[in-house]
Design a protein around this ligand. Structure first.
Ligand SMILES: [Zn+2]
Length: 97
């Protein structure tokens, strides 16, 4: 359902990927419910100021399942260019496209 909306918004796949974010696709460990959350990298990321003056970013998200009330916790670390360095999830799993 969300994929359809995204394609409408962005004019179909393989056109331009949004420069301002990406989709976080996760699946509930307990019941298999799937979530497709849009992460806006311009507004959703937490800035981390390092001692050497660089800035890295991180994202923390809590996702509450609608079917089984399972709370999933996602944490993603980004480099100064907002490229994903590492990610982890509790109570769920990442789905690859
Ligand atoms: Zn669930």
């Amino acid at each position: 359902m969300f994929k359809k909306i995204a394609q409408k918004l962005f004019g179909g796949k393989a056109s331009r990927p949004s420069p301002a974010g990406f989709f976080l696709n996760v699946r509930c460990d307990r019941c298999g419910e799937e979530f497709h959350l849009f992460v806006n990298t311009a507004t959703d990321l937490i800035q981390n100021f390092k001692d050497d003056g660089t800035v890295t970013y991180s994202l923390k998200k809590e996702i509450l399942g609608g079917q089984c009330r399972n709370l999933m916790q996602v944490q993603i670390e980004f480099d100064p260019a907002k490229k994903v360095l590492s990610r982890k999830i509790e109570n769920g799993e990442f789905m690859e496209d």
